[in-house]
Design a protein around this ligand. Structure first.
Ligand SMILES: [Zn+2]
Length: 171
């Protein structure tokens, strides 16, 4: 049964509201669906090396709650940050164009480390630790480390992946 025009309009409005967090735009950055990696954060203008791209703020969490989502960022030993929009849409890259710095006691800064052209996706290096749950990386960079892990964790990650593969095949 196809949707009546009235019901379609009503449901579409509901859907738009549900996904409204996926739309963000200001003079500097924009959230949109870039294809392969889903939603991401894109430059609306040029950024020069050393330039502040955005301030990442959000909900402050105590270290005990810092594992509530995989996107929680560490501020110091007392606080973590669950990034709000648009910072929540920053994707990882093994060849990033920005880096994360502590800006204030309550926020982090995304700073350009190379020239960023308008329309480019803004990414930083997540530097996650190696674990069984560390996801494969699909950043597509020539120097891609294969998983979303810190450079110093790659060897450990390879060992974990080998162990997991053995477990899967039962050897
Ligand atoms: Zn990668």
């Amino acid at each position: 049964m196809s949707l009546s025009a009235k019901r379609r309009k009503k449901l579409q409005a509901k859907l738009d509201k549900m996904y409204s967090y996926r739309t963000y735009q200001d003079d500097d950055v924009e959230v949109h669906n870039g294809g392969r990696c889903g939603y991401g954060l894109y430059a609306m203008r040029q950024f020069l090396p050393g330039e502040l791209v955005l301030e990442v703020s959000g909900q402050l969490l105590r270290p005990n709650d810092c594992t509530s989502s995989q996107y929680v960022m560490e501020l110091d030993d007392k606080w973590c940050l669950e990034p709000a929009i648009p910072g929540a849409f920053l994707n990882h890259s093994c060849n990033p164009n920005t880096e994360l710095v502590q800006l204030t006691k309550r926020s982090l800064g995304i700073v350009a480390i190379c020239n960023i052209d308008p329309g480019s996706e803004i990414r930083f290096d997540y530097r996650w630790p190696a674990s069984e749950w560390t996801p494969r990386c699909q950043c597509g960079a020539p120097n891609c480390r294969g998983w979303i892990v810190d450079e110093g964790e790659v060897q450990k990650m390879k060992k974990i992946a080998k162990r997991l593969a053995r477990k899967k095949t039962g050897h």
